[in-house]
Design a protein around this ligand. Structure first.
Ligand code: NCD
Length: 310
């Protein structure tokens, strides 16, 4: 296996086995056990776009497993401002590190980096493209709550056009036979080529503008932020800003077991009144980023997580 650029890089069996590894790493992520599986290994964190959770959870994952991290740091203080190309930056970091986690504003940049690097590249988000490591922690969170991935009814809501988390997640959920409901304003619908790709994988999809009318029978409601930074025109953003808001008072008729997820950061999509309901899972979801990324780092560095089947 080289890197992880899209969910196509993993088979369903690989996904499930990485989630099993992640499960076994929970005590290590919580700091209850120390397991230096990645001692002597260095992760290069290259974040060309803002990030809190993805960057910090990669760093936490590496350090909890005894490894080390070098950061590109603030792009403004790196050689990128002197005009260094992505190719040259990657060539150099390739020599400094054993594995790279990268986020970049350009769609396709992660694949480009993988094509020019010897070490594995983990795509931490490429523009409005993909975000497969987020999908792994999302799947972990869903399986933790429901005990399975297969056959669930999942509402994906908000900015389905520019939201890379839902691009990767809808692909994976389709492969596990989930029923998908896409709730978005018309201008932020899931791109046609993604819907076509999902349909060719046998997806069951309903597209709607009506979020609140879709949640009563759902097992998972996955909210997303409107991706302001991807809009060419600020006025277009203003028209859809605040389009979907979930409040605790909207949850009366939902299934007891339904979970509400969000990759975070949230703006106003989920009212704080939801936080104390039994349905809120977004903070656990963010914590799960550590175990999911630990398991991915081990898998890509070909280090076995103890406790699995031989
Ligand atoms: C997401 C992203 O960067 O795509 N954040 C994250 O990684 N948790 C979602 C977002 O920024 O809205």
């Amino acid at each position: 296996m080289s890197g992880l650029i899209t969910m196509d890089d993993l088979t369903n069996d690989e996904i499930l086995s990485i989630l099993d590894d992640a499960e076994r790493l929970l005590p290590v992520a919580r700091g209850e056990a120390y397991l230096p599986l990645l001692q002597g290994k260095i992760l290069g964190n290259l974040f060309f776009e803002p990030s809190t959770r993805t960057r910090m959870s990669f760093e936490t994952a590496m350090k909890r497993l005894g490894g080390d991290v070098v950061n590109l740091g603030d792009v403004k203080t790196s050689s990128v401002v002197k005009g260094e190309t992505l190719y040259d930056t990657i060539q150099m970091v390739d020599g400094y590190t054993d594995i790279i986690a990268m986020r970049h504003p350009r769609q396709g940049a992660a694949q480009y980096a993988q094509d020019s690097a010897e070490v594995p590249v983990l795509n931490g988000g490429d523009g409005a493209g993909h975000h497969p490591t987020q999908t792994m922690l999302d799947l972990f969170t869903i399986r933790q709550a429901h005990g399975r991935l297969e056959g669930l009814k999942v509402v994906l809501a908000g900015d389905l056009r520019y939201g890379r988390t839902v691009h990767s997640l809808s692909h994976a959920l389709t492969r596990f036979g989930c029923e998908l409901i896409f709730a978005s304003p018309d201008v932020l619908r899931m791109p046609g080529e993604i819907v076509e790709d999902l349909s060719s994988h046998g997806a069951t999809i309903v597209e709607t503008n009506d979020l609140l009318g879709s949640i009563d029978t759902a097992d998972v409601v996955y909210m997303t932020r409107i991706q302001k930074e991807r809009f060419a025109d600020e006025d277009e953003y203003t028209k859809v800003a605040g389009a979907y808001k979930l409040h605790a008072s909207n949850l009366d008729g939902v299934k007891e077991s339904m979970i509400i997820m969000h990759p975070l950061p949230r703006v106003d999509e989920i009212h704080p009144s939801v936080d104390s309901t039994r349905h809120a899972r977004y903070f656990e979801q963010a914590f799960n980023g550590v175990v999911a990324r630990m398991a991915l780092l081990c898998r890509l560095l070909e280090i076995e997580v103890p406790g699995g089947e031989a």
